[in-house]
Ligand binder design. Structure first.
Ligand code: ARG
Length: 419
């Protein structure tokens, strides 16, 4: 059969593959809360503005509230003929309250409806991430505080460089996460405007009150340009770009955990709860959670790339390609949530082997810079000279001692980088 929502002049129903390629319901049902909230705000505004009678408006709102309870109880729609969550909810409303359900879509299009729903979702997603990152920062501060005086080797080029404290090292990640939070906060402030009322692309002739719906949904106000309102997904890309940057930070921390957990380093013992064993090698304790945080960063970046490529060639205003905005956003959000939670858990529970860290800090000539600095201060030796005197001698007698007797060769000798 032709579609009951838009099929007035269609005689035949869709091909089976059309039903399948067209339907977004399998993934966009995840927007049901936002969709019902948006519809309730819209219905209330229609009643207040006299576009619907107050009675019609109340009937619709009560119906939507009842559907909210049904969805909440797990009874979500799944019939692909209903295309998407917007149509599925309207169809259910019609089952419940009859033909008056058809008045809900007055002065609205699915284009401004989905733009509104998706913004609400992304806004919630940003708030979720912010809470998760705040907890991660808390964990970092707690462990940094505990290890404010725990000496460890600091590295450049993954070579022992200068001693630092574990607390100082952990607080480096605190700073990165602080910037990640500020990127999400920037994006949130920028995106918090309501597209509702833009309708399909050109607004509507009905006397809607866009300020009323915006306020009801917690937006700072309505968007300004109707074409822009329904055709950009930059707010979702802002989320994905901030998520990518954040996941890169988490991935570096995860990488350090992988290195630190290796036997040659032995800086940490990961708790059982974040490790796996091997079915063949009984001695193994693998840092799988850290490896997956590192791996998921690649997938999150892939989601960001996916949406960027979807958007890059689209003319204004809405094109159906934009339906593909949701799967990468949902996927990235789920992955980032896992990464943040797993990393927080690992930070909270990892055993830092501070004896081992201290021993390696002492073994790696990592105080050579301080010794050179001391020679400068106490013996008034030029720093370059002090650097030379202090540098560890090569094994086998070939190294710096010889050079010391041949000043002319010194600059050309193969000194390692000073960094
Ligand atoms: N499911 C669609 C989406 O996610 C809703 C918008 C449909 N609009 C349209 N003009 N067909 O983008």
């Amino acid at each position: 059969d032709a579609n009951s929502m838009w099929g007035g002049r269609f005689e035949a129903g869709p091909a089976a593959v059309m039903r399948e390629i067209n339907a977004s319901l399998p993934f966009d049902k995840r927007l049901w809360r936002q969709d019902i909230a948006g519809s309730i705000a819209h219905a209330r505004m229609l009643g207040t503005q006299g576009i619907l009678t107050l009675e019609e408006s109340e009937t619709i709102i009560a119906g939507l509230q009842a559907i909210h309870s049904e969805y909440e109880a797990g009874d979500l729609p799944s019939d692909l003929d209903l295309e998407d969550i917007h149509m599925a909810t309207e169809a259910r409303l019609a089952d419940r309250i009859g033909p008056v359900a058809g008045r809900l879509h007055t002065a609205r299009s699915r284009n401004d409806q989905v733009a509104t729903d998706f913004r609400l979702f992304v806004r919630d997603a940003m708030d979720d991430v912010d809470a998760g990152l705040a907890a991660l920062q808390r964990a970092l501060v707690d462990r940094a505080d505990e290890h404010a005086a725990s000496v460890m080797p600091g590295f450049t080029h993954l070579q022992s460089a200068q001693p630092v404290t574990l607390g100082h090292h952990l607080m480096a990640y605190y700073e990165m996460i602080a910037r990640d939070r500020s990127r999400f906060a920037d994006a949130r402030a920028r995106m918090n405007l309501s597209p509702l009322g833009a309708a399909a692309l050109a607004g509507t002739g009905f006397p809607t009150d866009r300020h009323m719906t915006a306020a009801a949904l917690g937006f700072d106000g309505p968007t300004r340009n109707s074409l822009d309102s329904v055709s950009d997904r930059d707010f979702a890309l802002d989320y994905l770009m901030a998520a990518t940057q954040c996941s890169l930070h988490l991935s570096r921390l995860a990488e350090e955990f992988v290195i630190w957990a290796s036997q040659p380093f032995g800086f940490i013992t990961l708790p059982d709860a974040y490790s796996t064993g091997s079915s063949i090698m009984p001695q193994k304790r693998n840092p799988d959670a850290a490896e997956l945080v590192r791996g998921h960063a690649g997938r999150i970046m892939g989601c960001m790339t996916s949406l960027a490529v979807t958007m890059k060639g689209l003319p204004l205003a809405y094109s159906k390609d934009m339906q593909d905005d949701k799967p990468p956003l949902f996927e990235a959000h789920d992955l980032l949530g896992l990464c943040i939670t797993a990393m927080t858990g690992m930070i909270e529970t990892t055993r830092f082997r501070t004896d081992r860290m201290r021993a390696l800090a002492e073994a790696g000539f990592s105080t050579a810079t301080d010794l050179a600095d001391w020679l400068v201060r106490e013996a008034n030796v030029p720093f370059r000279e002090a650097h030379h005197i202090t540098g560890p001698r090569r094994e086998g007698g070939g190294g710096r001692r010889q050079h010391a007797g041949r000043p002319a060769a010194r600059n050309a000798s193969g000194h390692r980088s000073a960094h």
